[in-house]
Design a protein around this ligand. Structure first.
Ligand SMILES: NC(=O)c1ccc[n+]([C@@H]2O[C@H](COP(=O)([O-])OP(=O)(O)OC[C@H]3O[C@@H](n4cnc5c(N)ncnc54)[C@H](O)[C@@H]3O)[C@@H](O)[C@H]2O)c1
Ligand SMILES: O=C(O)[C@H](O)CO
Length: 312
């Protein structure tokens, strides 16, 4: 079996070695421009069109959870990967735990009013504030997939009312499930902390805008862990200005790296990280890909295949 690998920043030597160990007998090589030799599988992130074009591959694996960048490339270059070649993505592979850590720590930060105490400290003010109550801190998770479910699971023991929104209804213990566009208003009503874990699709671009934010509880908080294009950054700034939103924690931005002139950098109620909420963990990713290839070779059903028409 021949496997080609391409990632703009990962240590290819490490991956080649790990894949060869996990798939004994496989010949794994780093793809280089001009390499048109046979391959059965391709492991990629931001691949050049010519890497995949014209190949009769058994499958392609995207080396991340979100497939928006490869799907938009495929839209512009459909010949790059014919529809009959399946595209897989990473499901969890350690990202779930990272999202849990991020979400739990940030929700508790807001719930315990550390943002307020930080602001008071700037003014050298010693001022105990009233406690927030769990029942006034409803947490709504947009996107109830692999990562949304892990975040819900980690938040459950903390006693906050939990709800999720997705295309189809979920039956998760302790989580109220809302499904489809028609139930979005009910999901937003009274939500105090909105956590975004949707995929980037034509239906979800710009979803966190003024209309959506206005339906949240007053003094609410936004945690964007998915993609920058989900959020209208001007509407966010207006909502912070009006007081509708009390704070935002952003990991992803409409332009990355965030341009120096963005007002988000200096905003006192916006915190941020540089798209690191959940990164690909190579050992877990290799295990997952090796297992999936083994299942595909054995003709067994596997999960993680991207539905190109749906966009995720
Ligand atoms: N910031 C980071 O570091 C980072 C890391 C990993 C993933 N992500 C992002 O997180 C996203 C989610 O990952 P995942 O593995 O949980 O994806 P997933 O495909 O398992 O889950 C997606 C969820 O969104 C819901 N959904 C999709 N379109 C919808 C629509 N139009 N209306 C309602 N619900 C809709 C689905 O029903 C599903 O519940 C990824 O697509 C990626 O963009 C970000
Ligand atoms: O989708 C992912 O895996 C991360 O956001 C990296 O882009």
């Amino acid at each position: 079996m021949d496997i080609i690998f391409y990632h703009p920043t990962f240590d290819a030597a490490w991956w080649l070695n790990a894949l060869t160990t996990a798939l004994p007998g496989a010949r794994v090589r780093e793809w280089q421009p001009g390499d048109n030799e046979h391959a059965d599988y391709a492991l990629v992130w931001h691949p050049p069109v010519e890497m995949l074009h014209g190949r009769e591959l058994k499958a392609v694996f995207a080396l991340g959870a979100g497939v928006d960048s490869i799907l938009s490339k495929l839209k512009a270059n459909p010949e790059m990967l014919p529809e009959h070649i399946p595209l897989f993505r990473l499901e969890d592979t350690g990202m779930g735990q990272q999202m849990q850590e991020y979400a739990v720590s940030q929700v508790l930060h807001w719930f315990r009013r550390f943002d307020d105490y930080q602001a008071l400290k700037q003014q050298a003010r010693w001022e105990p504030l009233p406690e927030y109550q769990h029942d006034e801190f409803t947490i709504g998770i947009l996107g109830a997939g692999v990562l949304g479910s892990k975040v819900a699971e980690a938040l459950r023991p903390w006693g906050f009312p939990l709800r999720c929104w997705s295309r189809s209804r979920k039956a998760w213990p302790g989580v109220e499930s809302f499904a489809g566009k028609e139930e979005l208003p009910a999901f937003l009503n009274n939500t105090r902390v909105l956590i975004n874990l949707l995929p980037n699709t034509p239906e979800t671009v710009g979803i966190i805008n003024q209309t959506l934010i206005n339906q949240l509880a007053d003094n609410s908080y936004l945690l964007n862990l998915a993609r920058g294009v989900h959020l209208n950054e001007e509407d966010l700034l207006s909502a912070l200005e009006s007081g509708k939103l009390k704070g935002a924690m952003l990991d992803v931005f409409s332009r990355e790296p965030l341009p120096a002139e963005s007002p988000l950098w200096a905003h006192p109620r916006v915190a941020m990280t540089p798209h690191v909420a959940a990164v690909t963990r190579p050992p877990e990713a290799v295990d997952y890909i090796a297992h999936t290839i083994g299942q595909l070779e054995a003709g067994n059903a596997v999960s993680g295949q991207v539905d190109r028409a749906r966009g995720y």
